[in-house]
Design a protein around this ligand. Structure first.
Ligand code: SAM
Length: 248
């Protein structure tokens, strides 16, 4: 395992400061209160394992790895895979480092919104790039640039798979109503107090920025960036998974 820092961790966004704050309770909250969170990670992992079938050594890039849950889910299916886990939050990366102690993984501290995030350590092409619950934090111009950059570091015929939040008022109402119910149950079970959840949500409202486009808009941007076979492989209200392939 090794840690490295990309030169371009400037313009660090408030969003990442929020995740520095949330890091100690992230797993507990995310697993219990985010609708379909484990299922979304399993689908991303299953798709990754499927497209890597038959390859001996596989390299996977986890963009916005957080505490390492996506990498860990994939590693259980592909135990010989080599991972590169990137995040803008050092606190999240430190937790990922402990969780992934038995996984072949390197860790990179970088901001996906910067133009040079893929430089240096990330210049070896990977088979699959994954990103879960991250890309809705990128403003649209950065998102489109991110897609062009990530394509450059995926091998021919390799895949990009992203679970992320989309736009749509009704979809948001339904999703967040379910989340509120899960939070009530979480508080009732004594995992966190209502006050600490409120404090976290207030900080999230101040610092965590989201940029929601419809899934069909995002699919179009993936195609514009040069991905082929761009598909939505699962959508639950406003959270979905898009996969796209680097041309052969
Ligand atoms: C909701 S968490 C998702 C973590 C993990 N992928 C998962 O599914 O549990 C979002 C992660 O994205 C990271 N992140 C947000 N914006 C980022 C950016 N511009 N550059 C790098 N990391 C970013 C945060 O630090 C955080 O760890």
């Amino acid at each position: 395992m090794s840690f490295s820092s990309c030169t371009a961790v400037k313009n660090m966004k408030d969003t990442v400061e929020f995740f520095d704050f949330q890091a100690p309770v992230y797993d507990l909250y995310q697993q219990s209160c985010i609708p379909k969170y484990p299922e979304m990670l399993s689908i991303v992992a299953g798709f990754t394992a499927h497209v890597c079938e038959g390859r001996d050594t596989v390299s996977i890039l986890d963009l916005g790895c957080g505490t390492g849950n996506t990498t860990l889910t994939i590693a259980r299916l592909l135990p010989r895979a080599r991972f590169c886990c990137l995040d803008g939050s050092m606190k999240m990366l430190a937790l990922a480092g402990s969780k992934l102690a038995d996984v072949k993984a390197d860790f990179v501290h970088a901001n996906l919104g910067d133009s040079g995030w893929q430089s240096r350590r990330l210049d070896t092409p990977v088979d699959v790039a994954v990103s879960t619950f991250v890309l809705e934090h990128l403003p649209f111009d950065q998102y489109k640039r991110f897609l062009r950059n990530v394509r450059r570091i995926i091998k021919r015929g390799g895949w990009m798979i992203a679970a992320e939040g989309y736009g749509g008022d009704i979809l948001h109402q339904l999703y967040f109503a379910e989340m509120a119910k899960l939070e009530d149950e979480f508080v009732a079970k004594g995992f966190m107090t209502a006050e600490s959840i409120n404090e976290m949500k207030q900080l999230s409202a101040e610092k965590e920025f989201h940029y929601f486009a419809y899934s069909h808009e995002k699919r179009q941007w993936w195609q514009d960036a040069g991905f082929e076979e761009v598909l939505t492989i699962r959508q639950y209200y406003c959270v979905g998974i898009i996969a796209g392939r680097q041309p052969l």
